[in-house]
Ligand binder design. Structure first.
Ligand SMILES: [Zn+2]
Length: 150
């Protein structure tokens, strides 16, 4: 059995890879499907992906989270942070993409593989930063001044 932390780390890494690869729309689609319970056919149309792809992503997120309700809770918490991650991949549109991080051209079908394999350290750093932000004390506004809420 994986520990709570390693499961969450794996899920965050999976989502960070998608965001870095420029596939933030896939994270958004999975979020809308799992959290807002919008049908796969509606989302497939909205985000220009197949229902099959969306089901695959959803299944992987649920697997990594451990259960559907945990996936729901974690996505609700994590998605705003994930969607703030800037993609490192630029897509040319002719089946090719460019990694602005290591300055190489990669086939469009290998984008996520490239990010996962070549930029493991970057993915880990962003994953830790997100987990730190998620667990950091939140600031709240009182009389226009910021106080820490404990
Ligand atoms: Zn690269």
């Amino acid at each position: 059995m994986p520990t709570y932390d390693s499961t969450v780390e794996k899920l965050v890494k999976y989502l960070v890879v998608k965001a870095l690869a420029g596939h933030g729309y896939a994270v958004q689609a999975v979020y809308e499907h799992i959290v807002n319970e919008i049908s796969p056919s509606t989302l497939a149309y909205k985000y220009g992906m197949s229902k099959h792809q969306l089901r695959g992503y959803t299944q992987r997120v649920i697997e990594k989270a451990g259960s559907e309700w945990r996936a729901k809770a974690l996505l609700r918490l994590l998605t705003p942070y994930i969607l703030r991650v800037k993609p490192i991949i630029v897509v040319y549109g002719d089946g090719k993409a460019y990694c602005s991080y290591c300055k190489v051209e990669i086939p469009i079908t290998k984008i996520e593989d490239h990010v996962r394999r070549r930029h493991k350290d970057l993915v880990s750093v962003i994953m830790r930063k997100i987990l730190h932000e998620v667990t950091a004390p939140k600031t709240i506004e009182i009389n226009k001044a910021k106080y820490y809420a404990f």
